[in-house]
Design a protein around this ligand. Structure first.
Ligand code: GAR
Length: 218
């Protein structure tokens, strides 16, 4: 994989905050789960003081499931199709997260829009990673949209989840150039490398705010 490219990360990366006891997180993911894997790796190496209590996915065949199984992180598949109303689907997720007593919810490739009902249950405790420099290219096809638009720079963002989709206070962003010969796959690979850098640091920062009840002043 191409790791040699120029990028900017802001705020600049510093050391992870230490959490004792470890920060209890729940991960929501719909896909392959490479971001989730990075969290597993950092946790196993004891570089990031997180305790991944549960993985929730909405897809039977999501790659993240195997990643959870391989390190015995509990996982639960909650399919929206199994519920007559979105509230009931979200209630199942809420109950699961509460059962695991998580302090921070990390959307790492979660491809379902969450409603105010869900967000208000975990105010200022949900963060999301998105593959663009928000507020540019919100929505489900951010990488493709940046290429189609002829953008020269794009990146990824981690933000607190608030009611408007892909909005909410930014925690961290990384920017990189789009090359003339980039396609969705090549650009996605480089964005993923940056996502794996900013998501753990954003967790560290959000965890610090949550533990110090600091979000009100953020
Ligand atoms: C990541 O690129 C993330 O930014 C994106 O899904 C991918 C998941 O990758 N999230 C969204 O598009 C949310 N709107 P992963 O499964 O390899 O971690």
């Amino acid at each position: 994989m191409d790791k040699s490219f120029n990028y900017i990360i802001s705020p600049e990366i510093s050391e992870f905050r230490r959490f004792s006891p470890k920060l209890k997180i729940g991960v929501l993911a719909s896909g392959n789960g490479t971001n989730f894997q990075e969290l597993i790796n950092l946790s196993e190496k004891e570089e990031l003081d997180i305790d991944i209590k549960v993985l929730i996915t909405n897809k039977d065949d999501a790659g993240c499931i195997k990643r959870a199984e391989s390190v015995k992180i509990p996982h639960k598949i909650i399919r929206s199709e199994d519920f007559s109303q979105k509230d009931l689907f979200e209630l199942e997720i809420i109950n699961t997260l509460n059962n695991f007593d998580v302090e921070l919810i990390v959307m790492a490739g979660w491809m379902k829009i969450v409603t105010p009902f869900f967000i208000n249950k975990f105010k200022n405790k949900i963060i999301n990673i998105h593959p663009s420099l928000l507020p540019s290219y919100k929505g489900g096809s951010a990488i493709k949209d940046a290429i189609l638009n002829g953008s020269k720079i794009t990146g990824c963002s981690v933000h607190f989840v608030e009611e408007e989709v892909d909005s909410g206070s930014l925690i961290m962003q990384a920017a990189l150039s789009i090359r003339d010969d980039d396609n969705i796959e090549s650009l996605s690979k480089r964005i993923h490398i940056l996502e794996h850098k900013i998501l753990p640091h954003s967790i560290s920062h959000a965890g610090f705010l949550i533990r110090s009840n600091f979000k009100e002043n953020y």
